[in-house]
Design a protein around this ligand. Structure first.
Ligand code: EPU
Length: 425
């Protein structure tokens, strides 16, 4: 096996394309992963349309299968999950550490079977990513939570009970985990300082379709009236706002003209505001469709990555790549994760003028970027180097694209469809 095959696939990208045409957005990674975990709350079928074909969904599917669930891609592309056969409540370490979302099997397993055990979750190395919010929530509902070696073990004597829970931080997966557990608890649970991200709202709607009684969806205070059992449901996963945002940035950055279809346009206000301020034209075209065009120069803008409805932390790195092409000095503050700056070293290799100090970055532009040999260090840092490669002079080779595969479905095909010359090998 040669050295390249050991490193996994790479992209070779020719710079200089001006993106033109239409692109269709896939299902949202983070909504799909949470919905898949919700299948553990019932022994009836959960059928999810629009689950993206990404490696994070595959690895979570493997994890669910390993605890006894039945997971199947149907011929129409939908995913059918059935948690009726779950007999093991110990999630295997190697699958949990691959994927941050997999810790979300804890809430459903604990609520339905009174026992759950897992090593701490994996995922991108983008900060400390603690899980205290999840554990405090389980404890408030009556579970005992302890550590056995590396593993967290949560157990309850009978049903969990409803509680008033304050989340120290409005954690997305923490809210989802505690919310799922609360659906089957005895009595009423109030989650104060809940995350309001659209993917959390989506999960709450799915749980209600399964028979849960959740109110306050979309707000920072969720009320859950526990029920004895949940039943099967069918849902369509919302489109991915981060993928849509990445293509919008690509259009603006290359001076292109792209129509983004099946996009969750109404939950992307922060990005639209920043792209407009940077000089792009954002034209809404009815339900789920937006055209992004840029004819003039890009201008510097400052932004902060914040919980929803602020600008998503997952769009921080793509926006930073865009700002390397904007006139002036842009200041970025990352307010969600403490290590979201992995893209900086890679963009600097291509000639970008960026300095980062702790959780802030200063970008001076415009700087011509040059093709280079770079790495996709996490899924969004990978998106940033791909965006930089689109405007670079010459050829860029991006290694470790397995990170991009975790969150972007058929990225190469979609970019080719917009006029980019790139190959994957
Ligand atoms: N936090 C705590 N305590 C906790 C949990 C989190 O202090 O118990 C802190 C973290 O340290 C971090 C902040 O809360 O500083 C945000 O973490 P959160 O728990 O909200 O993030 P997450 O649930 O681990 C999800 C997405 C991320 C996305 C964030 C923020 C999934 C599987 N992942 O992560 O997506 O960036 O919410 O919106 O839903 C990605 O798609 O690339 C990605 C990383």
């Amino acid at each position: 096996m040669n050295a390249q095959r050991l490193r996994g696939p790479r992209y070779t990208v020719q710079g200089g394309a001006v993106l033109q045409g239409n692109v269709r957005i896939s299902g949202a990674k983070n909504a799909a992963l949470a919905a898949m975990c919700a299948a553990l709350l019932t022994d009836e079928d959960i059928v999810l349309a629009n689950v993206p074909d990404i490696s994070d969904a595959d690895s979570l599917g493997e994890l669910l299968t390993s605890v006894g669930a039945d997971v199947e891609r149907q011929s129409d592309g939908a995913m059918r999950l059935n948690g009726g056969g779950v007999r093991t409540f110990e999630a295997p370490s190697e699958l949990i550490t691959e994927n941050r979302a997999s810790f979300q099997v804890m809430g459903p397993l604990l609520a339905r079977h009174g026992f759950a055990s897992s090593v701490p979750p994996g995922g991108d190395v983008i900060g400390q990513r603690p899980i205290d919010v999840h554990l405090v929530g389980f404890q408030a509902m009556g579970a005992t939570v302890g550590r056995v070696g590396e593993r967290f073990v949560a157990q309850s004597n009978g049903r969990l009970h409803g509680a008033r829970i304050f989340m120290d931080y409005p954690s997305v997966s923490g809210t989802q985990n505690v919310l799922m557990a609360a659906t089957l608890a005895d009595g009423r649970t109030t989650i104060v300082n809940a995350a309001t991200e659209p993917e959390v709202q989506e999960l709450a709607h799915l749980l209600n379709a399964m028979g849960a009684k959740i109110s306050g969806i979309g707000g920072q205070m969720l009320e859950v009236e526990g029920v004895e059992r949940l039943h099967g449901a069918t849902a369509r996963i919302m489109p991915d706002r981060i993928e849509a945002g990445t293509f919008a940035v690509a259009a603006a950055m290359t001076g292109g003209d792209v129509v983004i279809e099946d996009a969750p346009v109404d939950v992307m206000d922060a990005l639209w505001a920043k792209l407009r301020a940077a000089g792009a034209l954002i034209e809404r075209r009815g339900e789920g469709c937006v055209r992004v065009v840029r004819t003039g120069e890009l201008r510097a803008v400052n932004f902060q990555a914040l919980p929803y409805p602020g600008l998503a932390t997952d769009l921080h790195a793509p926006m930073a790549a865009l700002l390397t092409q904007a006139l002036g000095v842009s200041i970025i503050h990352e307010r969600v994760f403490d290590n979201r700056m992995l893209y900086v070293s890679e963009l600097r290799k291509m000639g970008a003028e960026i300095v980062s100090t702790g959780s802030s970055a200063i970008v001076s532009g415009p700087t011509p970027l040059n093709g280079a040999h770079v790495r996709a260090l996490d899924v969004r840092a990978g998106a940033a180097v791909m965006l930089a490669a689109l405007v670079a002079r010459g050829t860029t080779v991006i290694d470790e694209v397995s990170h991009l595969d975790r969150g972007y479905e058929r990225l190469d095909e979609k970019l080719r469809g917009l006029g980019v010359e790139l190959k994957r090998d």
